[in-house]
Design a protein around this ligand. Sequence first.
Ligand code: ZN
Length: 962
Amino acid sequence: MSNKKTIHGFEFYRERNIPELEATLKEAVYKKNGAKLLFIDREDSNKTFAIAFKTIPSDDTGVFHIIEHSVLCGSKKYPVKEPFVELLKGSLKTFLNAFTFPDKTMYPVSSRNDKDFYNLVDIYMDAVLHPRAIEDPNIFYQEGWHYELESADEDMTYKGVVFNEMKGAYSSADELEMEEMSSLLYDGSCYACDSGGDPVSIPTLTYEQFVSSHKKYYHPSNSIIILDGSVDLDKTLAQLDSFLSEYNEQKIDTDIPMIAPKGHVAKTINYEIGAGEDAEGKIRICQGYMTANYSERALISAFAVLMDAIAGTNDSPYKKAMLDSGLCEDVSFISYDGIQQNSILLEIKNVKEENVCSVKELSRKTLSEIVKNGIDKEALRASFNAMEFRIREQDMATFPAGIAYAIAALDTCLYGGDAIASLSFEQDIKFLREMLDTDYYEGLIEKYILNSPHSAELIMLPSATLGEQRCEEEKERLEKEKKLMSADEIKKTVERTVNLEAWQERRDSKEALETLPKLSLGDISELPEKYSFEEYCIEKTPAIYTPSNSRGIVYVNLLFDISDYSKEELLRISLLNELYKNVRTDNFSAAELQTKIKSELGSFSVGTLVGSKNKSPKIYVNVSISLLASKIDSAVEITNEILLGSRFDELDSIGRIVKQLKNSDAEAMTAAGHSAAFSRASAYVSQEAAIGEIVDGFENYLYIKELDKEFSSTGTSLCSELGKIAEKTFKRGRLTACHSGKRCDELMSKIVLLFEDSEREEFKTGIKPMGVRNEGIVIPAGVSFAAIAGNVLDFENKMHGSISVARSILSFDYLWNSIRVQGGAYGAGFIRRNSGVAGCYTYRDPNAYRSVEYFKGCADYLRNLANSGESIENFIIGTIGDSDPLITPKVLGALSIGAYIRGESYEDRKDRRLEILKTSKEDLLHVADIIEKAMESAGYCVVGGKDKIDSFGDKLDSIWEI
Ligand SMILES: [Zn+2]
């Protein structure tokens, strides 16, 4: 490209290489209206498109979040109810979503299929510029909020997808902390507002404000378009031109003023804990410090290194001093970045009232001492190395690299900065490495924390009644609002509710659906992506190797078969996995060991893996290690230390980890109650799921909770048990040695020989399904999560491909409409697992009781669809898309291991793909029968606020408290 070349209205003004990404960054501006374009030109068959608008909130109504949802509900060119859902059903997309950030809204898509990519771009461009939502208020009512009133004498309620999504968010102490801290620290700027929406403020937003906000901010002059990968530039720009050409330049003031240092501010608020939970010792303290602005990229990374070095683990110096004092249960630093002025937050969790002052004093004193005495150089270097390994590895699992780059580019260019600064990293790494030998990192603590000219403090007091109080306040407010309405207004509200329901139930016309560009089965290869692994033996031990181009990295997975373990042993495995690396070994303290891992390896972790072959489940302890091939000796030494030399005799530090594990499991259950609910419901009917529940589900949580309570009396005997289990596990006779990426048999053979030889047996599990029942788990939350699960393999020999197609139909058609659209839940879906488990879940659901009723309708829905003669081709295409994830070298290794455990060959995968592609009406009718049988013998589990669980009356066999 020559200088200032113009293509389809885009004037290209700059072109630079980014060697780190093997890419060229090409920048252009659309002459007619100033829309910006960044093209990250690099080889990647997965092509990315994203358009972002700078959207600056001025209140907590969540207007931009509601717009984000609403523009995906139909547009001028594509007048169907939810093109977004049509794409979820029938596209080969590798990514399709939209994000509301504190200061921007972004619409990214990606696909490997050319035709699909252009379809996605077209639908997204039309959606953001010409949404039906600005003409049809029903979309705003559905996605944002509305009064639900079916008859004049009923109680009125609020309903809406975003409303419920944010109600769920505000129940989470972590999310509440983030919102309140931003409003303190960023007072007076857009960052003090909640762009997602505060459930109390959302119902003050009017449709007129919604429309005018779209009009003002969703203009090309306020947009940045990003392309990445092997995109046909000419064709894509022509397509963009067809949308952009109708707009003239518009001046939109979206400058965010820089906040000048404001000294220190403080605030105290309440947060929600369970109704039966003890409030003693649950105060949270959060301190926020303004740090780097968007252009100071090296500084942002420096904080990441620093925070890891001083507080990355329980044995890092700052965290250790804080925990050893006994004044708190956990501390961590969180980086708040990706905005114009970044900050770091320091969280101190679970403090007693009388200790609030002393824990704050200790924190300051500890940080001052670190500045005075310096951070251990080796530990600092280790944290730096770990960060460098991650940056160079560029492993984002199945998340498309192009989307990650698009988000990174906006970190700078949204504020007028240079995108290349946030896409390249060599220079920053060089600077940060040089600074290791100076007192630069200690200086950061001094300058930005101890002598901070701009900081804030939030004290969060636990309240067991806050949830109830919020419910009461909402009820009172609604009663008051209803009283203020005239008879005519009430009549209109009823009409609106009824009309909305009718509107929601109306299906798209055939003509409307035909406007959507679609793929056909002919666009799809009948063959799945080929990957294969080699099965062989190392030192008489079964081994598999999966080749891939991993830039010199070796990915190791040591699988130790523990299928013979009892329930008691399995309950302890998750705790054990947590303890490796965090307890001393024969030759190292925990801190020394962690420094060694970070200096020498990419990663080292221990987890559990469960998979079934011919309906018979296998359980493994899975030790994952990543390293550069030049680090063989270190990898062998560290593996030896951790797996064979860990000593479980430091009671205090083990007790501390038990407590942290209990707390983080409880938080996870509030944030992702659908996982907990589905895991438990599956365990009623499936052996494999019952194992999962013991190792990693609510059953495990109950065990850890009890352990924490009794630790002072049972700790000693527990620790000696743990040692015995570790000894029993790491034997050669249990091992399968897997590696992928760069081939390294020398390493594998050295590792295998570390373990004592033992007889190889065919271990079988004695764990049985838990048995069908219905249960409730009470969490502190204003929403609920429901799940039901049956076992298809009780009625069938295998998981036929057509069940995956049914999953797509039920998730994106039946459950989407009945539970999300009509029920106002934030999410719902159907899950099928290789283990035979199949069932439904809901997410942030206002009415779990209603949802459980709807779950029963799955089979009939499939039957009706099959008998209607409607084409299911789009569902088949979408299902194929979902079964083809993006594959990085690391993901490839994991896929091979899964296939190996299941005994699945390439031929099997080919067959399953064909079953999906050839799914017929008869197949669907058959699947409907199977799902019906599975559901009839299924139980459900509901996780939710007390009122949600109470609504089930006596239908639940047991109710648990977390
Ligand atoms: Zn949302």
